[in-house]
Design a protein around this ligand. Structure first.
Ligand SMILES: [Zn+2]
Length: 406
């Protein structure tokens, strides 16, 4: 590789988790899917388990984690290198067909000590009961590419009491929430024995599943998602206690272009739709239902923030470049930007660290010195720290840019 090459084509990796859709990501990436496999996520980043690949000028491919390690200070820039020592973010496209598990992510400090503790205990990294895959926090920002539905944080006290009162089978929880005690309420539903879960949820599901099947419920109703969850996850005599949570959390509908940030401790679950996701480079997930995977209730309770969350839907702020919108968050690990660029225009950009550009629509040509890269819909580019380059827009384009706040 010539030392002054600073922009590269990048190839991400598809994750075929069972909840993924079969059409959206294949169409975006120009892949055929004759076997009708689920295409859940497309990862762009340097995660050690699933690194993207860098196309070098000689045409060979190198994993992005190894590529960065060769000269991390130069490729990441001194500030990011000093603070993180690695590419701090992971960039994804998601296509959520079936809802994902309810989850909470730990703080950085908690992840460091809990990861070390699990290592001390000798729990293998890939064990099903292993909570911590790495020592990092995992704040996440998502931007909706379609109508997107998710659960996000506990409802306000008033909204919570209203939905419990309106749902006869859940009225028994109203006194548990006395004095707005979110902890007591959540502990009650997460620790009741399975027999009681089945007894409490069965009459609810017997009432709402037929309504769901006849198309009488709509997505703005908790009942819709509870019925869908029952059909997706539940074994006949083992109803998923995550169904309670659908009523406890804010049910949100984001429109395309709207974004939301999930900080440590905020319970959340993606229900349906497509999005761009940018997060700290971590895989630390504590699950709370809507899943057949391992649930560690005490650990989940320990990391959950028991307070009402007023959802803060982000529409972005104007960036430094014409057509650029930034979506800043409190996380120091990443910043998402969107570029909406007209055919025939040219913009000049400088990468402050190793940045990833994903072409969601249109076509562009990137030029840095004598290097030229043509990128169409679904293609990805890496620009290393200090890269100054032009983007020439050959067809009206929407790009997403992953960087780190200055
Ligand atoms: Zn999450």
């Amino acid at each position: 590789m010539s030392n002054n090459t600073k922009i590269f084509k990048l190839q991400g990796k598809v994750q075929h988790y069972t909840w993924g859709g079969m059409d959206f990501i294949p169409a975006l990436l120009h892949l055929s899917n004759p076997e009708k496999k689920p295409f859940a996520e497309y990862w762009m980043g340097a995660h050690d388990n699933v690194p993207s690949e860098v196309e070098l000028p000689d045409g060979s491919l190198q994993p992005l984690n190894a590529f960065i390690k060769q000269d991390a200070a130069a490729l990441l820039g001194p500030a990011v290198h000093q603070r993180f020592g690695r590419l701090p973010y992971l960039f994804k496209v998601l296509d959520v067909k079936d809802m994902l598990s309810i989850q909470v992510h730990p703080t950085k400090k908690a992840a460091e000590s809990a990861f070390a503790a699990e290592n001390m205990k000798g729990t293998p990294l890939n064990a099903p009961n292993r909570n911590y895959k790495d020592d990092n926090h995992k704040p996440e920002l998502m931007l909706a590419l379609s109508d997107f539905w998710l659960l996000h944080g506990f409802k306000s006290p008033q909204a919570l009491v209203t939905i419990l009162m309106q749902t006869p089978e859940l009225q028994f929880l109203v006194p548990v929430f006395d004095n707005e005690n979110y902890h007591a309420l959540y502990e009650r539903v997460m620790t009741m024995d399975q027999q009681e879960v089945d007894e409490r949820l069965r009459p609810l599901l017997d009432r709402i599943v037929p309504l769901y099947e006849k198309g009488f419920l709509d997505r703005s109703q908790e009942d819709f998602w509870a019925a869908r969850a029952a059909k997706t996850f539940c074994e006949p005599n083992r109803l998923d206690r995550g169904i309670f949570s659908i009523y406890l959390f804010n049910l949100l509908n984001l429109k395309p272009g709207e974004a939301i940030f999930q900080d440590a401790g905020i319970p959340h679950a993606y229900l349906e739709g497509q999005n761009m996701e940018l997060m700290a480079n971590s895989d630390n997930v504590l699950r709370g239902g809507l899943t057949n995977k391992y649930i560690d209730v005490p650990e989940l309770m320990h990391h959950t923030k028991f307070e009402a969350v007023i959802p803060n839907i982000l529409t972005g702020t104007s960036g430094a470049v014409t057509g650029e919108t930034a979506f800043p968050t409190p996380a120091a690990d990443f910043e998402l930007r969107r570029l909406v660029l007209k055919s025939g225009s040219t913009v000049s950009l400088t990468a402050s660290t190793a940045e990833i550009f994903f072409v969601y629509e249109g076509a562009v040509k990137a030029k840095a010195g004598s290097t030229e890269i043509s990128l169409g819909k679904g293609e990805t580019m890496l620009a290393t720290a200090g890269a100054s380059f032009e983007l020439q827009i050959s067809q009206d384009a929407v790009l997403f840019r992953a960087t780190v706040p200055q």
